[in-house]
Design a protein around this ligand. Structure first.
Ligand code: PLP
Length: 460
């Protein structure tokens, strides 16, 4: 085979990708990405594309950072690995101290993992461990929200609430219970904002009462439901949910895998944006800007101080990974934090993020656009061909068409079905936002015209 792109695509069909359709294995022709630089990636045909989702909400400092590569190289040459069970390394120690210093309240201890899923999984296992130690083995149930995404281990996937992902896989259905997402689009027309907020908070309280407060261990919530379509809850939602949790001795786990490391203009957003100090925070993605995989959960001293029962000999948390606190990943994390701070990327995310939110509203002019929403450097444009219809096939089709048109004009969108999610690298400028929004506008418009030509959209 002479064409290198086709050759890679053929080889790639041996790679089972995440969320692959097993009925279509061997028939995919994915875009081959060869290089990244700043906010751009380059495909194997030499096309330059704006990295709209920054990989998957993760390349926060942008591509092609030489000083990051150098730091990683130096650490590999110094020491690639040693066992985290028995040894300490300076990068893991320094990074844990730095994360604790950035975290809100008394979240002063850090459990380093390999990705977001293992961060959420480990944090939930910690909650079970904590309640068993406290002599409350019945207090185990987990409450999370529909449309939430928390990962792809058995437990973190069970906690996720994206119905469309729950087809031929099994989940821990006895343990995990879902309440509705606090999605402003779900507010009935006749309801006031204040009543809607009350209802969202009551969903949590009623679920705790229904399951029994002695049975519920933890509430898991993303500050903004990211993969569910950038759902920004009503103002005050998290604070009121935290109060409900405190009332029933239920822990609050804030899943900041997406919303930390500058995405919303702060290293952690729980307190800075949503005014809560949770019991546990999970993070990953922007933690190392994806240069090396890593995740973490941070836990409060208040919880750790309870491991002090003189009648119990030890409390070994038998959970961890060969690569917990991997020195090369921790080095990448330290360098990432240094770059974010030195280049004021949180400030940039706040300023340019506000500009993005303003500019993206122009898409409301396109008839198939149902909703435009977001905060900071994350936003979503939701399209709809038939008002109120829940038509998965049509949703995927419109998303794919938008993606194709945008890609042809130089923008990667990665739609989640009918929702185009934008979360560019934090280094993006206002001029680049203009370029991004202009392409997205045209892409959505062209996709709509395709659908009109096919008779799939008539409301014009
Ligand atoms: N939690 C949230 C909020 C996420 O968005 C994700 C991934 O998208 C995860 C957890 C899982 O992270 P990972 O894919 O790194 O395992």
């Amino acid at each position: 085979m002479n064409n290198p792109t086709e050759h890679i695509q053929k080889q790639d069909n041996q790679f089972i990708h995440p969320w692959d359709n097993f009925q279509n294995l061997g028939n995919n022709q994915r875009t081959v990405v060869e290089k990244g630089d700043g906010i751009y990636i380059y495909d194997s045909q030499g096309n330059r594309l704006i990295d709209g989702p920054s990989g998957m909400w993760c390349v926060n400092i942008g591509h092609g950072r030489k000083e990051m590569a150098q730091a990683i190289y130096d650490q590999v040459m110094q020491l690639p690995f040693t066992s985290p069970w028995s040894m300490a390394t300076s990068p893991a120690a320094q990074f844990s101290e730095a994360l604790a210093a950035e975290a809100p309240g008394d979240l002063n201890h850090v459990f380093l993992t390999t990705c977001g899923s293992t961060a959420v999984d480990s944090a939930l296992r910690f909650v079970q461990f904590y309640n068993n130690y406290r002599g409350k083995p019945e207090k185990k149930k987990i409450i999370s929200r529909l449309k939430g995404y928390h990962g792809s281990t058995y437990l973190s996937a069970s906690v996720s609430g994206k119905e469309r992902d729950k087809n031929y896989l099994d989940f821990a259905t006895d343990l995990v219970h879902h309440i509705p997402a606090p999605h402003p689009l779900l507010k009935p027309d006749h309801m006031t904002d204040a009543d809607f907020l009350d209802q969202c908070v009551a969903d949590l309280e009623n679920k705790i009462i229904e399951l029994g407060e002695d049975k519920v261990a933890v509430f898991v919530a993303e500050p903004i439901l990211a993969s569910g379509g950038v759902i920004v809850p009503p103002k005050g939602y998290h604070k009121r949910c935290l109060d409900v949790c405190h009332k029933y001795d239920v822990l609050y786990l804030s899943d900041e895998v997406v919303t930390s490391f500058g995405r919303l203009g702060h290293i952690f957003s729980s307190e800075a944006v949503f005014d809560i100090v949770p019991d546990i925070i999970t993070t990953a993605k922007g933690l190392t800007s994806a240069y090396i995989p890593m995740g973490a959960f941070l836990v409060s001293d208040r919880l750790l101080n309870e491991f002090n029962n003189p009648d119990i000999e030890s409390a070994i948390f038998s959970n961890g990974f060969t690569y917990s606190g991997h020195p090369v990943a921790a080095t990448a994390g330290l360098k990432n934090l240094e770059i974010i701070k030195r280049e004021n990327l949180c400030e940039n995310a706040r300023e340019v993020g506000a500009y993005l939110q303003e500019r993206i509203k122009s898409l409301y002019d396109i008839p198939i656009v149902r909703d435009v929403r977001g905060l900071g450097l994350m936003c979503c444009v939701e399209c709809e061909l038939t008002k109120g219809a829940d038509d998965l096939e049509m949703d995927y089709e419109i998303g794919e068409r938008i993606d194709q048109h945008c890609q042809a004009m130089g923008l990667v969108v990665r739609p989640l079905a009918n929702m185009c999610v934008i979360s560019p690298p934090l280094i993006i400028t206002k001029a680049q936002i203009d370029e991004l929004v202009d392409i997205l506008y045209k892409g959505v418009e062209l996709a709509m015209h395709d659908c009109i030509a096919d008779g799939k959209f008539k409301n014009v």
